[in-house]
Write a protein that binds this ligand. Structure first.
Ligand code: ARG
Length: 456
């Protein structure tokens, strides 16, 4: 095999080096962005008189034609040509001849790959934003449909206080809203053009970086050529935000798994998003939710791979940087797939509202409200807490629930109790009372639902 960029060599490249060094098997997917960047570069070279207008035009139409062959799946990428950049450049020279050899004037693969990555990432961020919005939409619609469902809210996975199911679901809505903000902030940093940094020191040609940036819809140009070709913190941030979003997805899926168990039996996930067992005929397993939870680990791995990849790299470009692609592609693909699947799974869920309400009978969900009842009538909260603690112990011993106690029984613990205490601990009353911004009072949750819908 002839050597790539081999002018200064006498010997050939070892076969194994080709295998180790090729990236086209995974970076070929950058072709549409690579071509778009090359077209902008070629147009600028022509306009600035660095190459002739006619060569520039030939390059642009050649690149467009190659783009079409690639989209049609009729382009053969050759691993001997290392990467997507060299494959496309070689195809261009083959197609249009000498003019094609002028495309790489004033440019290096180092700023070219930095450009491709930013262009690609910008589009992925936009796609992720849409997918997050679709997921938020699915959550709001689902919450809206179950706006009167009540379940025990937990801390430490122990029953704590009753909440509206919609309130619980909207917690995830808010997490995904912040994820979208994070990606939107990253988009601003990604949206800066590195082309013109060339190998690492800039270029002596009278290029017009701003022209290229404008054609590619960038917001400006990078300010240091050495940084521009060697930094990958955008990719790290991308994987970090992907990891955080996966973590949120994973927590939600973990709850779906728990709620699907025979012990909880709060929900049943639809047939399309559950699977059977090869041996146990009765099984309906929440595999989709489990897989999303599981894939979270691999996205964390992608982030870690990039952090470790970068930590020892001296300025500027080092070939190690080629290893950035697989993790960042994997994080993006995994996240997007999980977002789409989860959004589709949510409407398939059947909610067992009776079971959720029944669960509110266990775990003394009324305890805080009873203490509040005393505190509102002048008992210092800390004392009220102790009194109700004793009440709970009494109930445990007598196998009773707090609402089953008589006023007389209550009054043996505190004379401040009266009949109103029992109405205060009805489920609806407890919910209604949490009527502060961010609380689970039905009025507040309905307003939150409205706000959520409006924000989409
Ligand atoms: N395939 C390379 C990468 O992904 C492109 C840049 C190559 N530059 C170089 N000096 N070898 O990083």
């Amino acid at each position: 095999m002839a050597k790539l960029w081999g002018g200064r060599f006498e010997g050939k490249t070892d076969r194994l080096v080709e295998q180790l060094g090729e990236s086209v098997s995974f970076d070929a997917r950058l072709a549409p962005w690579d071509i778009r960047g090359s077209i902008a570069h070629a147009r600028m070279l022509g306009t600035c008189g660095i190459i002739t207008k006619s060569d520039s035009a030939k390059i642009i139409s050649g690149l467009n034609a190659i783009g079409k062959t690639i989209t049609a799946g009729k382009f053969t990428f050759d691993p001997a040509m290392e990467d997507v950049h060299s494959n496309i450049e070689a195809a261009l020279v083959k197609r249009i001849g000498a003019a094609g050899k002028r495309l790489h004037t004033g440019r290096s693969r180092n700023d070219q790959i930095a450009l491709d990555l930013r262009l690609w990432m910008r589009d992925q961020i936009d796609a992720i934003d849409e997918r997050l919005r679709d997921l938020q939409r699915a959550i709001v619609t689902f919450a809206d449909k179950h706006v009167d469902v009540i379940l025990p809210g937990c801390t430490h996975l122990q029953h704590a206080q009753p909440v509206l199911f919609a309130h619980h679901l909207l917690a995830y809505f808010d997490m995904f809203a912040r994820d979208r903000q994070r990606f939107a902030e990253l988009r601003k940093r990604v949206n800066v053009c590195p082309l013109g940094s060339a190998a690492m020191a800039g270029t002596p040609y009278p290029i017009d970086r701003k022209m290229v940036a404008a054609e590619l819809d960038f917001n400006g140009v990078t300010t240091n050529s050495m940084d521009a070709v060697s930094d990958r913190d955008n990719a790290i941030e991308f994987c970090s935000h992907a990891s955080t979003t996966m973590m949120h997805l994973s927590r939600m899926c973990e709850e779906l798994v728990l709620w699907s168990t025979q012990e909880y039996a709060y929900i049943e996930i639809g047939d399309a998003f559950t699977t059977g067992s090869s041996i146990m005929p009765q099984k309906k397993n929440p595999d989709v939710a489990e897989l999303v939870r599981g894939k979270t680990g691999r996205v964390y791995g992608d982030l870690n791979a990039l952090l470790v990849l970068m930590k020892g790299l001296p300025l500027t470009y080092n070939r190690d940087l080629q290893e950035d692609k697989e993790p960042v592609f994997d994080a993006s693909d995994t996240l997007q797939l999980c977002l789409v699947v989860t959004a589709k799974m949510i409407p398939s869920i059947r909610v067992n509202r009776a079971r959720m309400k029944e669960a509110c009978r266990d775990g003394f969900l009324e305890a805080t409200d009873l203490a509040d009842f005393l505190a509102e009538r002048g008992v210092p909260f800390r004392e009220a807490h102790g009194i109700v603690g004793k009440l709970v112990l009494y109930c445990t011993k007598h196998k009773k629930r707090l609402p089953e106690l008589s006023v007389e029984e209550l009054r043996t613990f505190s004379k401040v109790f009266d009949a109103n205490a029992l109405t205060a601990i009805e489920l609806d009353a407890m919910l209604r009372r949490r009527d502060q911004p961010g609380g689970t009072a039905p009025r507040r949750v309905k307003a939150a639902l409205k706000r959520a819908k409006k924000s989409l």
